[in-house]
Ligand binder design. Structure first.
Ligand SMILES: Nc1ncnc2c1ncn2[C@@H]1O[C@H](COP(=O)(O)OP(=O)(O)OP(=O)(O)O)[C@@H](O)[C@H]1O
Ligand SMILES: [Mg+2]
Length: 231
């Protein structure tokens, strides 16, 4: 059996500039990084250091201003919005600190949202959604609305929504940032299970305790990698 790792993400000299009015922010300043398939990877760093920007570039939510991004060996750095969205929808599932659920939809319908634009029949959408809702242990909350759930439960719904399109990579930006430590631990347990199932999991956190769940971590300061660590 081969133990050699397969490269999933390769960033070469990635820069990201934001121009707002007269101010030019250099949010990413020459990032070189390789992430392998099936890794549990953590991105740490102080507020404003560029963590979310890096995650957005990795997740094809935005293109780098300069540099090369190879995803599964294909260059995605120069793709336009439409092509970028195709890559994004097929590859990545996103989890955010603020859960980002739609308050007027119940759990089942929230989890169905990413499937609405595909050509999947309503019955099949519900079947797929129920499957992932079961995976995060919320089958008994299917008809609840976000406002009727605890923070930890809302984040589990957000994870189910990220999973419903069966992405190979889960990107989570401070997924435990709004949670008490017990709920945070539960979310990390779920993310670890997803990695054991074969997915790649990349999390942004400022919390060393949370980062200990990862196999490898980098620290970012002022848009540059300051430390690379292997567990
Ligand atoms: N859309 C944008 N337009 C202009 N500047 C931006 C934009 N997004 C981020 N920035 C700037 O880029 C820098 C990096 O921001 P980023 O959100 O990546 O930081 P972060 O490390 O995720 O911080 P936090 O821990 O507070 O979430 C910051 O100085 C921020 O103000
Ligand atoms: Mg951030």
């Amino acid at each position: 059996m081969s133990t050699s790792a397969t490269t999933l993400i390769r960033l070469e000299s990635i820069h990201k500039f934001f121009q707002t009015g007269l101010t030019n922010v250099h949010a990413l300043d020459g990032i070189d990084l390789t992430i392998n398939e099936n890794e549990f990877f953590a991105i740490l760093g102080p507020s404003g250091s560029g963590k979310s920007t890096l995650l957005h570039v990795i997740g094809c939510l935005t293109s780098p201003s300069k540099g090369t991004y190879l995803l599964n060996g294909s260059d995605v750095s120069g793709l336009g919005q439409w092509n970028l969205a195709q890559v994004r929808n097929h590859t990545f599932g996103f989890v955010f600190q603020s859960f980002s659920l739609l308050s007027s939809l119940n759990v089942l319908d929230n989890v169905c949202v990413p499937l609405i634009y595909g050509r999947i029949h309503r019955k099949e959408r519900h079947r797929l959604a129920r499957d992932v809702i079961g995976q995060v242990g919320l089958s008994h909350r299917e008809h609840h609305f976000p406002g009727q759930l605890s923070g930890g439960e809302q984040q589990r719904v957000a994870i189910a929504r990220a999973l419903v399109s069966n992405p190979s990579v889960i990107l989570a930006d401070e997924p435990t940032g709004n949670l008490d430590s017990a709920s945070g631990d539960e979310i990390m347990r779920i993310l670890k299970t997803l990695q054991k199932q074969g997915r790649t999991v990349i999390i942004v956190t400022h919390d060393e305790h949370i980062a200990q769940n990862a196999q490898r971590e980098i620290h970012i300061v002022d848009g540059q990698i300051s430390v690379k660590g292997q567990k």
